[in-house]
Design a protein around this ligand. Sequence first.
Ligand SMILES: Nc1ncnc2c1ncn2[C@@H]1O[C@H](COP(=O)(O)OP(=O)(O)OP(=O)(O)O)[C@@H](O)[C@H]1O
Ligand SMILES: [Mg+2]
Length: 266
Amino acid sequence: MTTHGAGVLLKLGGELLEHAAGRRDVARAMHRLRDAGPLVVVHGGGREVDAEMAAKGIAKRAVDGLRLTDSDTLEVVVGVLAGRVNTRLVAAARVAGIPAVGLTAADAGVSPVRRADTYTAADGTQVDLGWVGKPVGTEAPVLVTRLCDAGFVPIIASIGADADGQLLNVNADTLAGHLAARLSVEQLLIAGGTAGVLDEHGDTITSITGGLLEQLVADGRASAGMVAKLIACREAHRGGVARVRIVSGKNTTNLDECPGTTVGGQ
Ligand SMILES: Nc1ncnc2c1ncn2[C@@H]1O[C@H](COP(=O)(O)OP(=O)(O)OP(=O)(O)O)[C@@H](O)[C@H]1O
Ligand SMILES: [Mg+2]
């Protein structure tokens, strides 16, 4: 990614990756995007984590889409995201002819991460998130850019490690927004299970500008995982990413044609 302002950071919601058919469609969509320029992928896997936690009898708690992560939860999150979900997606991408390389934010040259501060929720309450990390630092993610320059497609699971080697659970949208800004990509494309940000009638809000983002969070029209997504979009937009979109990635191999929401103009 030697050209400043080129390329796409694609964030894939876990809902798109649960089944082989979904992974195959996503891989084809990735192939199409990569034809147009460098591609970096960050993925979640929230629903598979939920299922694994339920199977192990671990209760789920989350605030604004951020998972409260105790030690047992962290074990599951690391195993599912950096293990099963990442490896399966890399394998599906390879089948589609994409030279994919699986990484986490704990790898050198991806993203420094430190334990998140106490979180102030949309409703104003203060929450200790546990073993949750936030991406920090402003230096370029040199491993990611070098892999892109060499023709590879990095596929990054949202697990990080702090300076002491403590593994931390990072929200995938948060990591995607941060990396998009640091890579100076042209577009942050967040693909998930809904046709972008929906209003109270279930219709897509096609564009979010001005103070609408804050209003949606404050009045509860955006909740749960959508709050983390919108905050990540704001970070990317403020960080200079020209095009920021939240789209549906379901049943498609062409993410450019998907219905969705543009955040921050254009
Ligand atoms: N206004 C809204 N429009 C659309 N979805 C919303 C809205 N408010 C809340 N949501 C919820 O946010 C969810 C998306 O966030 P979620 O974290 O669940 O998925 P994801 O980020 O795509 O996947 P992952 O966490 O695995 O990366 C939607 O499925 C929906 O339940
Ligand atoms: Mg999410």
